[in-house]
Write a protein that binds this ligand. Structure first.
Ligand code: BG6
Length: 506
């Protein structure tokens, strides 16, 4: 226990309490917040679902999830004995007003018994088709009537295009104050993603170089080895552009490209981020084919295992036109970034599971060393490794030891596993703690979500209007379709993957 300042008395009601997100992510995150001493005595988490659970069987289910997925390993009997007293279950149908009234009454009674005002958080861990229904009923029940203490957390996907995102925002703004809304993008809770802000704005060294005068181009790669797994139904309505680029990758870009915030006030940071989205050059319909590449995985091999093609996955149409890979080229039209290309790519069933941001600096203006010394010369490169190995690597030239003058690129490396002991909090721990503490910095504001959709609409429209003639166009376990290599090669660049080395010791 670290003796953290505990959160105010709070109740978290998870709609979709019987689902996978609650089981794998939310409950293990709460358990770790409990172990790290963030949770007060006056705390309760209520799972709400339509299933066969009661309090006891729900607790057993929760414990089973924590034992499998918690970063701190299996529950101990002592810790569980205490934590389990926080966990409750209410069975009910989301269509039924009585369910929401029951939740509200339960929480009112708790507030009365505890004798203090409590934070009331409703968490929508449900498929998007329930967002409207539950957010209406939660609000109508009066659960979130106190603007300062009543909060609504919404998982992605937030809409599936600009129109539906605006409709959902309009609906929510009719029921809640924007300050009550916490739209999740779990990438923003990742330790290495938060560290982008620290790296950029707590160090004076890089800021003078962080612009078009010194940076040649930027690459963002988020590769997964996993396929769509059991999520074919959802993924058929999404694809890589909606599932990853609209949210996670564009948010990474905002953190890399934003201007320094005046303070870390939630709206100040979010204003600076949304400025980036506004400055990104719009795609013209006729440019989509040269600035965006889509792919879909075929059968192949991952880690020595044979895997099936996307079109053969459960709940996927055999002639699906949904992309499982997307690569795009952006420009940010402002003073800092004018003319600096930004390449982004993400895909499922790739050759590696890695998320990495590469800042490629411009070459030296003049090579003073004789050509023969320069054979291995590379421009400076800064690599921010988001996952799985976490760290930062700076590549520069050095003289190879010996009697001749030979230059070779070497790396300076910061590696979390070597620099820090202990395990890193999971994204959901950070995000849940922030919700309880009323800090929305790491959550998506309405205008951010809409700007990101607006930016991608020309690509989404072009891709849905024209089926890809060559799907599937990359083998599972490869680096994606050749067109993505061609897109960047046209500019004289190539995709870079420079993972952080595994540490020799921990
Ligand atoms: C989710 C996407 O938002 O992010 C998934 O819906 C994807 O398709 C996941 O697998 C990736 O998250 P992480 O944290 O594993 O990189």
């Amino acid at each position: 226990m670290e003796g953290n300042e505990k959160i105010a008395p709070s109740v978290l009601v998870i709609y979709g309490g019987g689902g996978d997100l609650t089981w794998r992510k939310l409950m293990p995150a709460l358990y770790n917040l409990f172990l790290d001493d963030w949770l007060p005595e006056q705390f309760q988490v209520i799972g709400v679902a339509k299933s066969d659970f009661d309090d006891d069987s729900f607790r057993a289910h929760v414990r089973n999830g924590i034992d499998q997925f918690s970063r701190s390993g299996k529950t101990t009997d002592d810790a569980w004995a205490k934590f389990s007293t926080y966990v409750k279950y209410i069975d009910g149908d989301f269509e039924d007003d009585a369910l929401f009234a029951q939740v509200k009454t339960r929480v009112d009674e708790m507030e009365h018994a505890w004798g203090v005002p409590i934070n009331r958080v409703a968490y929508l861990a449900v498929p998007p088709k329930f967002f409207e229904l539950i957010s209406k009923k939660v609000s109508e029940s009066g659960f979130t009537a106190d603007i300062l203490r009543g909060r609504l957390v919404i998982e992605k996907p937030f809409g599936r295009d600009l129109k539906s995102a605006i409709e959902l925002n309009d609906l929510l703004h009719g029921l809640y104050d924007e300050r009550q809304l916490y739209r999740i993008d779990h990438y923003l809770g990742k330790e290495t993603v938060q560290n982008i802000l620290a790296f950029r704005f707590a160090n004076a060294l890089f800021e003078p170089l962080w612009n078009r005068n010194y940076i040649d181009h930027i690459q963002v790669t988020v590769f997964e080895e996993l396929g769509v797994e059991a999520r074919g139904n959802y993924y058929e309505t999404a694809g890589a552009l909606r599932d990853m680029i609209q949210n996670h990758l564009l948010q990474l870009l905002c953190l890399i490209a934003m201007e320094p915030p005046v303070s870390f006030d939630a709206d100040e940071v979010r204003n600076k981020k949304v400025d980036v989205l506004h400055a990104i050059r719009k795609f013209l319909p006729e440019e989509v084919h040269s600035l965006a590449v889509r792919g879909q995985y075929d059968k192949g091999w991952i880690e020595g295992e044979k895997v099936i093609a996307y079109r053969k996955e459960p709940d996927v149409s055999p002639d699906s036109n949904v992309e499982t890979f997307a690569a795009l080229k952006f420009f940010i039209d402002n003073w800092r970034w004018q003319g600096v290309p930004i390449y982004m790519r993400t895909g499922k069933r790739m050759n590696e599971a890695i998320s990495v941001i590469t800042i490629q600096f411009k070459p030296v203006p003049h090579h003073s060393f004789p050509a023969a010394t320069n054979e291995n010369w590379q421009p400076n490169r800064l690599v921010l490794n988001i996952q799985p190995n976490m760290g930062i690597r700076l590549r520069f030239q050095a003289k190879t030891p010996g009697l001749k003058m030979l230059l070779n690129p070497v790396d300076m490396q910061f590696n979390y596993a070597q620099s820090y002991t202990g395990t890193t909090p999971e994204a959901y721990e950070t995000l849940l703690l922030d919700v309880f503490q009323g800090d929305a910095t790491l959550f998506m504001r309405a205008d951010q979500v809409e700007s990101a959709w607006a930016l991608l609409m020309p690509v989404l429209n072009a891709w849905s209007a024209n089926s890809s003639p060559n799907f599937p166009n990359y083998e599972a376990g490869s680096h994606g379709p050749d067109e993505a290599q061609a897109m960047i090669a046209k500019d004289g660049h190539s995709w870079i993957l420079t993972p952080i080395d595994e540490p020799d010791c921990r």
